[in-house]
Write a protein that binds this ligand. Structure first.
Ligand code: SF4
Length: 380
């Protein structure tokens, strides 16, 4: 298991700054419920630079910063902000939308400003399904064009996919498209039913268990990163122990893999063939909402995650570093022994802890058990 070697009580490993909520797309699963025009209260250029200075001020290393939206390309000062951050020493990557603002010139400008990595979204394997998710005809074709531009400029390239009941059956075909796009990493987000996504259905616990097991196998074809399903880390430990004829952490055996897992894996083999070689799997890292991860919204409010709307205060009033370290909810999220239900007693809660965002979205309590995990800890 890849681990973080600094104190997550002091400094996040990774954070997302939503620089604007403006976006020209109308994606079905949009967390932010993005709007066509920017909020007049979004952080100004100078406030954004002050935030980046604050983030760069950690004495013992700097968090990775992902700039997102809305659509970050809606900000005319984007390159200026990024140049300021990278010159201060922050590693910055970008997660824009594919719209007419995604141009060759813009990418050249951002490369020059110091961006090293960029991601695109792909939520269906075909124009029909992807465009239906994105709410704009032609979005699939434009995403393929955008992938070519990203590779042309030499960015590390990640494709983001939100998994829900609507695209479950297409997953093997999506993996094939992700590989055809030339991605270095497939970033898989399990739907948190909030914002516009509250009308979509997350997977059942049994489906999630099968898909996470399938993702463990998919990482033989392409490196995979999983978000809002931290029980993937439990599955990695269980599968590794299973391969050695052991049971991970003295817990219960994993639930049996089901028919969905068999079907997804068979179709993946049919589409991709056997992996050319067994890759070194990209092991998951034990960060979670508020525990190594934080989200700063467009008006400067700090949250444990973009999917967990606890408001810990504004960077207009206090330093991000103080908010992250001292907010009582952030502190509670960093202590899995205080979670209620099975996540509180689980053998894996120090590396997993469950999706705190999904616990909140589905129960109203961010410290409740993750309702989409199929595992039964010994003590539960
Ligand atoms: S019970 Fe909770 S902590 Fe344990 S694996 Fe499931 S989600 Fe993770």
């Amino acid at each position: 298991m890849r681990t973080v070697h600094h104190d997550l009580n002091e400094r996040p490993f990774l954070l997302v700054w939503e620089v604007t909520r403006a976006c020209q797309l109308v994606c079905k699963h949009c967390r932010a419920d993005a709007q066509f025009t920017p909020d007049p209260l979004q952080l100004t250029t100078e406030e954004g630079k002050a935030l980046l200075d604050d983030l760069a001020g950690y004495p013992d290393g700097r968090p990775m910063v992902i700039i997102s939206g809305g659509d970050a390309f809606e900000r005319d000062d984007l390159a200026e902000l990024i140049r300021h951050g990278t010159e201060a020493g922050l590693p910055i990557s970008l997660s824009p939308s594919v719209t007419p603002k995604f141009t060759d010139e813009r990418l050249a400008e951002l490369s020059d400003a110091g961006v090293k990595a960029m991601s695109l979204s792909l939520d269906g394997a075909t124009a029909t399904t992807h465009d239906a998710f994105r709410g704009i005809d032609g979005s699939f074709a434009e995403s393929l064009r955008a992938a070519d531009l990203i590779r042309k400029h030499g960015f590390r390239f990640q494709v983001n996919t939100t998994i829900c009941a609507d695209n479950l059956e297409e997953l093997p075909q999506i993996v094939r498209t992700v590989r055809q796009m030339g991605a270095h990493l497939w970033y898989v987000l399990f739907l948190v039913p909030m914002g516009r996504g509250s009308h979509l259905s997350p997977l059942t616990p049994e489906q999630e268990e099968d898909v996470l097991n399938w993702l463990h196998d998919v990482s033989d074809w392409i490196p995979v990163k999983v978000t809002e399903a931290p029980n993937y880390r439990r599955i990695v430990l269980q599968r590794d122990a299973e391969a050695d004829g052991e049971i991970a952490r003295g817990g219960n055996p994993a639930p049996p893999r089901g028919e969905l897992y068999d079907r997804l894996l068979a179709e993946t083999r049919e589409l991709l063939g056997e992996p050319e070689r067994v890759r070194v799997r990209r092991p998951p890292i034990g960060v979670n909402s508020g525990r190594g991860f934080a989200f700063i919204d467009h008006v400067g409010h700090v949250h444990p995650s973009g999917f967990l709307p606890h408001d810990a205060g504004s960077v207009r009033d206090r330093s991000f570093r103080d908010i992250y370290r001292e907010d009582p909810m952030f502190r509670a999220l960093r202590d899995p022994s205080g979670y209620s239900g099975k996540c509180g007693v689980c053998e894996f809660n120090d590396v997993c802890g469950g999706s705190r965002a999904r616990a909140f979205a589905m129960t109203g309590d961010p410290l409740a058990s993750d309702p989409t995990c199929a595992y039964q800890p010994r003590g539960a």
